[in-house]
Design a protein around this ligand. Structure first.
Ligand SMILES: Nc1ncnc2c1ncn2[C@@H]1O[C@H](COP(=O)(O)OP(=O)(O)OP(=O)(O)O)[C@@H](O)[C@H]1O
Length: 423
């Protein structure tokens, strides 16, 4: 590994309270590393130690093999730029003047801004989408605009490594992505090493090569997103349950916080919901219902189907069958059990053929004989090519029969969630 930063055995205390405990790490040149961890775990303190803003009581930090605390501040600023957490304070300067301050490490004393300095400042302001604000006073900007100006100032330093402390905290979702995509681009095209404290684990997962998970001043995990962002590690550090699922389209994984059992809505906690879905029609609803605290089951689903995969990821009980096989007695019986246990059955827009009509018949029996509550969602989703009934009218007549016996119909999953109190 071609290391840019090596921290060894760092111990840092504020007063008598140790914040970092014998912490060691290496960050390689050209990498994109995120630092995550719960509030107060020491992320900002670590960042300040490895940028020589504060000095540890014990341990050492090397930047390119040099003791960082011995490098002159001006020289250090040619290599390292920092976007601090708090970009507040009084900036009685214009945006242009503020961004040009980033050139100071490269300028001689009393030397004004050269044409090149202005060009670099413009380049950084265009990248961060603040060029149009160049003549405004920084004091008049919104939090998000100001944050982008500070990033522009840091880029104007032309650093080899950019350290950012929660750079997305003031940004709306569009600007969060724009900023991280910009950092990703600079990382790839200019070999800029990026070290960012991020609170959003999904953003960290999406953009980082490596993630450092800090807890109580110690590194509890350091590795690729897949190695660090496991449900177990997140539970241990953040004391929260999460489901980790894979996005079918992007291939990236999503971390979905699940409310703690005790925090779940009283109403949702003990309600069992069974879904008749398939082909991805149930993915979104499953996530929403699990997140809202419902106990969810589904079936019968073909093994390998996207709904089946999502159910497995979320740990949902599922009655399953091999693809292209008729529903076996075993799958039928398990589905019946799940239906019997359910307080509510939801039928989603699934094309019915002779292979899966049994599912609908089972729901119909549960409604007619067991008085189960049934909700039917009939949508033509963009993701799902709803083609309806391939059973010569049998599916339609079962659905119509259920409607006559009290099943409720909804035009969309959102409408249904509005009724049952999902998210
Ligand atoms: N200047 C300071 N003086 C005394 N204690 C401090 C100071 N700065 C931070 N601390 C304490 O050090 C601990 C770690 O703080 P730090 O800001 O590094 O955590 P963090 O992981 O970045 O937290 P957050 O996610 O809330 O930003 C906290 O308990 C904090 O109260």
């Amino acid at each position: 590994m071609d290391s840019l930063i090596i921290a060894s055995n760092l111990t840092f205390a504020y007063g008598s309270k140790n914040i970092l405990e014998d912490l060691s790490l290496e960050i390689s040149k050209g990498s994109f590393v995120s630092i995550i961890g719960p509030n107060g775990s020491g992320k900002s303190t670590l960042l300040k130690n490895i940028t020589a803003e504060i000095t540890p009581q014990k341990g050492a930090v090397l930047l390119d093999d040099q003791d960082i605390f011995k490098i002159k501040k001006k020289d250090l600023a040619k290599t390292i730029a920092v976007v601090p957490q708090d970009t507040g304070g009084d900036f009685a300067f214009s945006v242009m003047e503020t961004v040009l301050m980033g050139r100071m490490p490269h300028q001689k004393r009393f030397e004004g801004d050269s044409e090149k300095d202005v060009e670099i400042a413009q380049w950084a302001m265009e990248l961060t989408n603040v060029w149009h604000l160049k003549d405004r006073s920084v004091n008049e900007l919104s939090g998000g605009e100001r944050q982008r100006v500070i990033v522009a100032r840091a880029l104007t330093q032309e650093p080899k490594v950019l350290l950012l402390d929660e750079p997305t905290s003031h940004l709306d979702i569009q600007h969060q992505y724009e900023l991280l995509e910009l950092l990703d681009r600079l990382n790839k095209t200019k070999s800029l090493t990026v070290i960012a404290v991020l609170h959003d684990l999904n953003l960290a997962a999406q953009f980082s090569h490596k993630i450092i998970l800090l807890d109580k001043g110690r590194i509890v995990a350091y590795g690729s997103p897949v190695e660090v962002l496991t449900a177990q590690k997140i539970r241990d550090s953040y004391h929260i349950e999460v489901a980790i699922t894979t996005n079918e389209i992007t291939g990236r994984f999503n971390i979905i916080p699940l409310s703690k059992k005790k925090d779940r809505s009283e109403a949702a906690r003990d309600v069992r919901i069974h879904l008749l879905c398939g082909g991805g029609s149930g993915v979104y609803l499953m996530e929403q219902l699990v997140q809202a605290g419902y106990q969810v089951s589904c079936g019968v689903l073909n093994i390998g189907d996207s709904d089946w995969k999502k159910a497995k990821e979320l740990g949902i009980a599922v009655s399953e069958e091999a693809p292209f096989s008729p529903i076996s007695a075993e799958a039928f019986n398990m589905n019946e059990e799940l239906l019997n246990e359910a307080d509510l059955i939801i039928v989603l827009s699934v094309p019915f053929g002779y292979g899966n009509i049994v599912n609908l018949e089972q729901v119909s029996v549960a409604l007619h004989l067991k008085n189960k509550k049934v909700m039917i969602v009939e949508t033509e989703s963009e993701q799902w090519d709803y083609t309806g009934d391939f059973t010569g009218g049998k599916a339609d007549s079962l659905l119509a029969g259920m409607m006559q016996h009290g099943a409720e119909k909804f035009g969309s999953i959102r409408e249904l969630l509005g009724r049952i109190g999902g998210k």
